[in-house]
Design a protein around this ligand. Structure first.
Ligand SMILES: [Zn+2]
Length: 52
């Protein structure tokens, strides 16, 4: 599970948007560009999906 503290300091690597936690699916979704990021053992995998 991700700590709320962590959620407050991380943001979307693509657009710097706010990330919304989906606890059921263990994913983070950007509120701005809707990119979905995986969460691995409580660690968000924040890799930009775009190339360049
Ligand atoms: Zn974004």
């Amino acid at each position: 599970m991700i700590k709320q503290d962590l959620l407050e300091i991380i943001c979307c690597p693509d657009c710097r948007g706010e990330l919304v936690l989906n606890e059921k699916e263990s994913t983070l979704t950007c509120a701005s560009c809707k990119t979905v990021f995986d969460v691995n053992d409580g660690i968000p995998i924040l890799l930009p999906k775009k190339n360049g």
